[in-house]
Design a protein around this ligand. Structure first.
Ligand code: UDP
Ligand code: MG
Length: 136
């Protein structure tokens, strides 16, 4: 039985700034993801605060929201079978130091905060996050 899903991916400012967004997008395509929606934008800090609201009690919340709004990002809807989990696998661990060989964060991540990509962590959050950026 097929389980075609969509998930939200963000190429974060550290990666867009280094002009590696196309290389990262190619890694998704090589793993069978289709990019069904895409836009390059810069968001306000207040929008980043809404997007990352689940982390509002965390010590890194303020820096995280400043960072996500610090420069252009590429926001994409990725689609394939088991997209949510497979995207998390392809991204690798939150801290690039812990990310496995072959993952985006291992290859491109600079540090735990500048870790190049965001990906939805559940099907439910994928729907919420896609709606957040592509409601229209
Ligand atoms: N983050 C951070 N310091 C930490 C943990 C997380 O700066 O100690 C940042 C990091 O950029 C991460 C984001 O907060 O990608 C969201 O954290 P989460 O635990 O949801 O990690 P992710 O789902 O991105 O792997
Ligand atoms: Mg997360």
């Amino acid at each position: 039985m097929s389980n075609i899903e969509q998930t939200l991916s963000i190429i974060k400012p550290d990666a867009v700034e280094r002009n590696i967004d196309n290389e990262i997008k190619q890694m998704f395509k090589n793993k069978g993801f289709s990019v069904v929606k895409e836009k390059k934008i810069q968001i306000e800090k207040s929008e980043a605060e809404k997007f990352y609201k689940v982390h509002e009690t965390k010590p890194f919340y303020n820096d995280l929201c400043s960072y996500l709004s610090s420069g252009p990002i590429v926001v994409m809807v990725l689609e394939k079978e088991n997209a949510v989990l497979d995207n998390r696998k392809l991204m690798g661990a939150t801290n690039p130091k812990d990310a496995e060989e072959g993952t985006i964060r291992r290859k491109y991540g600079i540090s735990i905060d500048k870790n190049s990509v965001h990906g939805s962590d559940s099907d439910e959050n994928a729907k919420i996050e896609i709606d957040f950026f592509f409601r229209d």
